[in-house]
Design a binder for this molecule. Structure first.
Ligand SMILES: [Mg+2]
Length: 257
């Protein structure tokens, strides 16, 4: 299929397992670029800011720029800015999320009753009382955003509870549904496509999670390549191409361009 210009590339489970780069991943990215395709890193990971992700990529020997990275914390910050302007935000998330919220021009608040919006994402440092403040803010009418609802994310120690588990806590206690800005919702992909000035037919979505990455490809009408080094081990559909390892991604891509 002619006209493919870029790849929307997932990180966790696709290029990295936790802090470790998956063997062959840097070589794979080099070959993808040799095919003449640009790479935008599109990740639901909100633990990190884009700057922290850039450091991680560069440390792993992957050339990249800040503008090539779109993560769910950044997407949440942009979503708020576009729809509500500068907001007073209570975060239930990690330092990378806090950084993106501040960079978006929002004001962080420490108490739920001061918040216009609650942004919930993945965090390794959660307390019941932080969740209580988030709960109170949502019950007071604050906008409730989720960076992602992934039930798990893949690390070198296996799957770990994802942001979805934290979002579920607040959805259960408040009986409100969080607005999802990350994959498989199209908001985060549209953000990347706008930066690239490309349409969904001109990109290929690559990732390790059928419910997240391939569901996004389907939602926006892009082709998808499922990589089997992360969460999904047995593809349930033949709608997408399959790469057993990152090194197989360029081979699959070359059949599409
Ligand atoms: Mg992934």
């Amino acid at each position: 299929m002619p006209g493919i210009k870029a790849v929307l590339m997932d990180l966790d489970g696709t290029l990295f397992l936790g802090e470790s780069i998956i063997p062959g991943a840097p070589e794979s990215l080099m070959r993808i670029r040799e095919l003449g395709l640009s790479i935008t890193f599109l990740t639901n990971n909100s633990f990190y800011s884009r700057r922290m992700i850039l450091d991680k990529l560069v440390d792993a020997g992957i050339e990249s720029r800040l503008e090539d990275i779109v993560n769910s914390g950044f997407a949440a910050s942009e979503y708020l800015k576009e729809r509500r302007g500068s907001c007073r935000v209570f975060t239930v998330g990690d330092v990378g999320l806090v950084e993106e919220i501040v960079l978006g021009g929002h004001i962080l608040v420490a108490r739920g009753d001061e918040a216009d919006a609650v942004v919930a994402g993945g965090t390794k440092d959660i307390s019941y009382w932080r969740l209580v403040e988030g709960h109170r803010a949502i019950m007071n009418g604050a906008l409730f955003l989720a960076t992602n609802k992934d039930h798990v994310y893949m690390t070198e120690k296996g799957p770990m509870p994802g942001a979805g588990a934290i979002v579920s806590f607040l959805e259960t206690s408040t009986r409100r549904k969080a607005i999802l800005v990350g994959k498989p919702e199209r908001y985060i992909a549209d953000l990347a496509l706008r930066k690239l000035s490309l349409s969904p037919r001109e990109v290929v979505v690559v990732g390790d999670n059928e419910e997240v990455d391939m569901a996004l490809a389907e939602a926006i009408g892009s082709q998808g390549i499922l990589v089997l080094t992360g969460i999904s081990k047995n593809p349930s559909s033949n709608k997408w191409l399959v790469a057993k390892t990152p090194l197989e991604i360029p081979k699959r891509l070359s059949t599409l361009i």
